[in-house]
Design a protein around this ligand. Structure first.
Ligand SMILES: Cc1cc2nc3c(=O)[nH]c(=O)nc-3n(C[C@H](O)[C@H](O)[C@H](O)COP(=O)(O)OP(=O)(O)OC[C@H]3O[C@@H](n4cnc5c(N)ncnc54)[C@H](O)[C@@H]3O)c2cc1C
Length: 411
């Protein structure tokens, strides 16, 4: 069906204003594209999984230089740049799962072989860890690791938008492409906007929208709960506090001293696959406590802790556990950013940089390159090789996909 050329169009429409939407908005702005419309079904930004203040970030250490390990290293470095003004904390200590057999020399060699160096990672024996990070368990210290508030980033980005750039309390039901434009509709089949470009950044909601276009993504919900506990300064917990954020079987932030000299301590987070219940569960608070005690090898009295607050969010996870980002093959001008899993900080930053480069290339050639994610020279030089970038594409789930390079029209 040929539709008349619409009178009013946008440079882009972004569906979903969590951290993924913010990443897309940043990429658009980086390319001078400001006539965009950001739509969210909620009445305010970060009402979904990005609604929390305690998202930890450090690179992943694998047994070898796996795809995940190489991607996470590049993404971590981008996260330090992209979210620089929001970064908090003075390092993250990753506790070894093999406490008994932890071999510092072997770990150093493994880290070096994965591209780390002595400035950005420090393997520590239990007695060294006690001194430096406050817990007597062996592990690896990332001095540049930290955490940030995803909620704050989303809210500040949203506040900076002009009125005509945002539309809240509006759920997108369907998109369709006609005459080179994407038409975006709500559940009453009302047209919300028209654009050459649409970014799907709405978590699990990406799946039904793409499914209507014949693109099936294997996404699942994974419920997670963070617990904030309180304890008094007289408590035995106050004598055994971590000085930095910790990660491992569970994760936690360093306890925060409150005005009345008591402490609040945020610990997370449970991982319930195929569950999307947003109600806080007492059992999840218990589980967080058990996990952290196990991780710290601690037998301190649990009754000295009082639950003060919980945050529940539903992660969106792909079946290969990697994020999904990039153009959607066969659908020019359509881009997805979802399945950020438990690594929203680093994957959103990487996506923002990759989309910035990709859009610049598309604009330079006045063409859409839907079969490939075009990283620029700087990102390629950081080790983001073609095979790594291709591993992120939605097309990896489609049958018969070719990763061949696009033939760029001459400039
Ligand atoms: C307990 C917990 C702890 C976590 N800890 C960390 C951590 O330590 N470090 C880390 O990096 N990550 C962490 N994460 C993961 C991180 O929070 C997520 O990866 C990230 O928030 C996902 O962002 P998003 O923008 O993809 O999704 P969301 O924040 O859920 O945003 C999607 C948006 O789309 C909107 N939407 C959905 N459907 C539609 C539609 N049809 N039309 C319009 N709008 C729509 C929603 O309202 C929502 O605002 C944690 C997650 C949980 C649950």
């Amino acid at each position: 069906m040929n539709k008349p050329i619409p009178k009013k169009t946008h440079d882009a429409i972004v569906i979903g204003v969590g951290i993924a939407g913010v990443a897309a908005i940043k990429a658009l702005k980086n390319n001078g594209l400001t006539n965009f419309l950001a739509i969210d079904q909620a009445s305010a930004p970060a009402m979904g999984t990005s609604g929390h203040d305690h998202a930890l970030c450090h690179p992943y250490i694998g047994r070898g230089a796996s795809r995940l390990q190489r991607l996470s290293m590049a993404a971590f470095n981008e996260a330090r740049k992209v979210w620089a003004s929001y970064w908090m904390g003075e390092g993250v200590f990753h506790l070894s799962r093999e406490v008994e057999s932890f071999d510092k020399k072997l770990m150093s060699e493994r880290l070096l072989s994965q591209g780390f160096n002595h400035l950005n990672t420090l393997p520590l024996l239990a007695e060294e860890a006690k001194e430096i990070v406050g817990v007597a368990v062996a592990g690896t210290f990332f001095p540049h690791g930290g955490w940030l508030s995803l909620k704050k980033i989303c809210e500040e980005t949203f506040d900076d938008l002009l009125e005509h750039q945002k539309q809240m309390s509006t759920a997108v039901q369907k998109i369709e492409r006609t005459g080179g434009y994407w038409y975006v509709y709500d559940s009453n089949n009302q047209l919300l906007g028209v654009s050459h470009r649409v970014f799907l950044t709405n978590g699990l909601g990406v799946r039904p929208i793409l499914s209507q276009l014949g693109v099936e993504l294997p996404l699942k919900p994974v419920r997670g709960q963070l617990s904030t506990f309180g304890y008094s300064e007289a408590s035995s917990w106050a004598q055994h506090q971590p000085k930095v954020a910790l990660s491992g079987k569970a994760y936690c932030l360093p306890p925060k001293r409150l005005e009345d000299n008591s402490y609040s301590w945020t610990v997370g987070s449970t991982y319930d696959e195929n569950n999307d219940d947003l109600n806080p569960w007492a059992s999840s608070n218990d589980e967080n406590l058990e996990l952290i005690q196990e991780m710290l090898n601690s037998n301190l009295n649990q009754h000295e802790l009082k639950i003060m607050d919980s945050f529940v969010g539903i992660r969106c996870v792909a079946n290969d556990r990697l994020p999904i980002m990039g153009p959607v093959k066969g659908h020019p001008g359509l881009y997805a950013l979802t399945a950020l899993g438990s690594r929203g900080v680093m994957w959103s930053a990487l996506a923002s940089q990759l989309f910035t480069d990709h859009l610049a290339e598309e604009m330079r050639h006045s063409a859409f390159f839907d079969a490939r994610f075009l990283a620029g020279a700087r990102l390629l030089a950081t080790g983001l090789s073609d095979d790594l970038v291709s591993a992120l594409l939605p097309a990896r789930f489609l049958a018969g996909v070719s990763n061949s390079k696009p033939i760029l029209p001459s400039a």
